[in-house]
Design a protein around this ligand. Structure first.
Ligand code: SAM
Ligand code: SF4
Ligand code: F3S
Length: 475
């Protein structure tokens, strides 16, 4: 497995690389059926909900069985080689299903579609439709083309598409938490990363459409929104007619004041861009969760320079200090890459030491996977042997697991406000939810009259590396 292991199984991003079957709206209410499977980051899962909305308007209903679908879609990720290999395997399976059901169309969406463009259609004949992340509005026309045997390809990137007017159809929803996309693309050029090439230029979505979507979610019973972007701190939306500029701090506030009962989360923050204004806004509103995902990537300034992250080890440490100063008790998590080009043992030790300094509650940890076309692929040699990458990643994972366990143990005896997301995976007599710091807490339902979407005050009695276990404190 490429990502050796992550220590917090319940976290949303763990859906990376996993199939994601759609929820069942009334399957019989529609003439035609589509099946969608999503890979990659939360933005991709959010995009699948936009695609579902576009398809529903065309008379397609969702099905969980791909064998029954008229249209099978795979929303793909290119971030690491392994992610692409998984999709290729899946496409071969769908090709077989297509042979058994003449007329079935198979389409590839998302980052891999953008990166490989028509290749999977023309050379490998694995799919009928190829649509990049900014071209989903053209999906109905592409389906028609493919139905008549023409090539359905659109991988044009846009400078202004944000799908702001499309109301997403929530897929696999627990009815309590939802992703809301606030921007698209990325203007950073981290040298290892394929995203700027697959998602295009950064653009921010109309702030009022974001607030409207969050208000509607709240009115429909949702109690938590996660505002999504590759670099949320550079959110910047200008309403020229009204002469209004909305920064990320302002947007957070606009969403937070919808209701104190609506929790607000966000992902991802870039250490170079997160401002004191954002930190003070988080501190000011109880319902803005005290949790920041602040990917470090490496603890070595030399590596950070080669990665083009535009901050140093010292800058990153000062941001961690600032978070802890302004938001005491704030949860912090990270992304870490092991074995980037020219990384030495000393660079690796710097990564371990910055992790210890930051005391992350959780991290996503990977070894470097060279991506064609990126700055690193063009400029540097991928010269750290695979076994060294794996060994370093193993050390990083072990350290993180130890820190996560310590962090959870230190919560024993504390009480938290928990948003109940549903039954625990192991038992229907237990609830599972999260505290503000994004830690999963499982507790017995007992005789208390709580429902999904309610807040409960829970005292932590014990902990594993991944979960806190507690009991309800009656009001
Ligand atoms: N925009 C976010 C940021 O800047 O931190 C996250 C972007 S990416 C979707 C998620 C993570 O994948 C990155 O933070 C990085 O740790 C990892 N990643 C990206 N490219 C990679 C590569 N070529 N090899 C290994 N890991 C990679
Ligand atoms: Fe990739 Fe860097 Fe943009 Fe994140 S900020 S998506 S790592 S280029
Ligand atoms: Fe993957 Fe694209 Fe997200 S490459 S991580 S799906 S932006």
């Amino acid at each position: 497995m490429e990502t050796l292991e992550l220590n917090k199984k319940e976290h949303d991003e763990l859906r990376q690389g996993e199939a994601f079957a759609p929820f069942a709206i009334d399957e019989n209410a529609f003439e035609k059926k589509f099946y969608i499977e999503s890979y990659g980051c939360a933005m991709n899962f959010s995009d699948s909900e936009i695609v579902a909305s576009i398809l529903q308007d065309q008379g397609f209903g969702a099905t969980k069985k791909f064998e029954e679908a008229d249209l099978v879609l795979v929303n793909t990720c290119s971030i690491r080689e392994k992610a692409e290999q998984t999709v290729r395997k899946r496409l071969t399976e769908f090709k077989k299903a297509k042979q058994a059901k003449p007329g079935m169309l198979v389409g590839i969406l998302g980052c891999m579609a953008e990166r490989l463009k028509g290749k999977l259609l023309e050379e490998e004949k694995l799919v009928d439709i190829v649509v990049g992340p900014d071209a989903y509005r053209t999906l109905p026309a592409l389906i028609k083309d493919a139905d008549t045997g023409q090539k359905g390809v659109n991988v044009l990137l846009s400078r202004d598409e944000t799908y702001s007017d499309i109301s997403p159809v929530r897929l696999n929803s627990n009815g309590v938490t939802a992703f809301v996309s606030i921007m698209r693309g990325c203007n950073n050029m981290c040298s290892f990363c394929v995203v700027p090439f697959t998602r295009g230029r950064e653009r921010s979505r109309d702030a009022f459409s974001i607030v409207k979507e969050c208000e509607e979610l709240f009115a429909n019973g949702y109690r938590e929104v996660t505002l999504l972007g590759q670099n949320v701190d550079s959110y910047h939306w200008v309403d020229e007619q009204k002469d209004i500029i909305v920064t990320f701090a302002k947007l957070l506030e606009m969403v937070a004041i919808i209701s104190p009962m609506l929790r607000v989360r966000f992902s991802t923050s870039h250490p170079k861009d997160i401002t004191d204004e954002v930190l003070y806004t988080i501190a000011k509103y109880e319902n803005i969760c005290k949790y920041i995902h602040l990917p470090v990537q490496s603890g070595s300034t030399r590596m950070l320079q080669l990665m083009n992250r535009t901050y140093t080890r010292e800058w990153y440490i000062s941001k961690v200090d600032r978070i802890k100063e302004i938001i005491p008790g704030c949860g912090i998590s990270s992304d870490v890459i092991a074995g980037f080009c020219t990384e030495t043992d000393d660079d690796h030790k710097d990564t371990l030491s910055i992790m210890e300094y930051s005391q992350y509650d959780m991290s996503y940890m990977y070894f470097y996977s060279e991506r064609p076309g990126t700055l690193a692929a063009r400029r540097f040699e991928d010269d750290v042997p695979l076994e060294v990458k794996k060994k370093r990643l193993d050390e990083i994972v072990k350290l993180q697991n130890k820190m996560s366990f310590q962090s959870n143990i230190s919560d024993i005896g504390k009480t938290f406000k928990v948003l109940i997301e549903g039954n625990s995976k192991k038992s229907e007599s237990d609830w599972a939810g999260r505290n503000s710091q994004n830690k999963v807490i499982v507790f017995s339902k007992g005789s208390h009259n709580f429902n999904k979407g309610d807040y409960a005050i829970v005292r932590v009695n014990s902990a594993t590396g991944a979960t806190l276990i507690g009991e309800i404190i009656p009001n």
